[in-house]
Ligand binder design. Sequence first.
Ligand code: BDR
Ligand code: CA
Length: 333
Amino acid sequence: MSKIPVIIDCDTGIDDAMALVVACASDNLDIRAVTTVGGNVSLENTTRNTLNVLHLLGFSHVPVAKGADKPLQRPLMKASRVHGVSGLRGYEFAENYTDNLVDLPAWDLMRQVLMSSEEKVTIIALAPVTNLAILLQKYPEVKGRIDKIAFMGTSYHCGNPTVLSTFNVMVDPEAFQVLLDSGVDVYACPLDTTKTAYVTPDEARTFHSITGPAAEMVNGLFGGYCQVDTKTEVFDEHEEGERNAKQAARMKSKYEMHDPATVALVTNPELFTWNKYFCQVECKGELTLGYTIIDKEDYYAKDEDERNLYFAESIDREGFLRVFRASLEKFSR
Ligand code: BDR
Ligand code: CA
């Protein structure tokens, strides 16, 4: 089977780092480029983390380009309380690797890859989609070169960091509306579904027996995921809100694998069920900013070709855990 050419856009981030492990381990993907954006932490940190993770996995031949340091129209809201101030709480790299950082903005590298590829390219979007909105607005000619955008985010009846809204939409809602309006096929792995792709602390401990750099990093990161260290970490004002004790306990009892599940949507589509809906983004609401209004009840009676979002209704958790474990084991050989 020929490999699927992909570009990965990320804000590395604990679960982004784990997603890169799944992507790099997959025999189904041909990773043509990785681009970074300000999101979970600053652009400088997401870029450094991305370069270091790819180097650790032996993928430093893949070009990496930095993108936007903030959303299209808003200041950046980060998620350091979840991921740590560095973005990778729980794991430290001995040195910073930069050889594959290219001197182009993310959207220019994406355009290069898209226009020079013989086949259409899939974009795996694991972060606020500022880079993709800039790409589509600046270079509309790339639209026909994109097979699909697999996006981590949207939700029907849950949210993080608010009751309704998901981080990757809420940080840059205008950018996500650009994607929905673009005519490119957007496949969402919504929070409703990624929340069910969790790893329990007991399951995470079973990974300790796996050797190799990927498992070593992932084991460290599970130790740091959602474990706010109030003694040493200094957060600035551009952060999503503090979690209360109940929320924090819940986050520590189930590590939600949002970004790795979204990679699995491309590598292992058989694990998912789908429906296509019409979706709009709330870009103004005081309590609802970033909420995705998904017309499951067919209120607007949109025809198939007017519906703009493929929505992953479910994931086979056991199957996903098998893919994740196998990804770690791949690097132990
Ligand atoms: C998403 O938000 C980020 O914090 C994670 O990396 C993931 O992409 C989950 O809502
Ligand atoms: Ca992410």
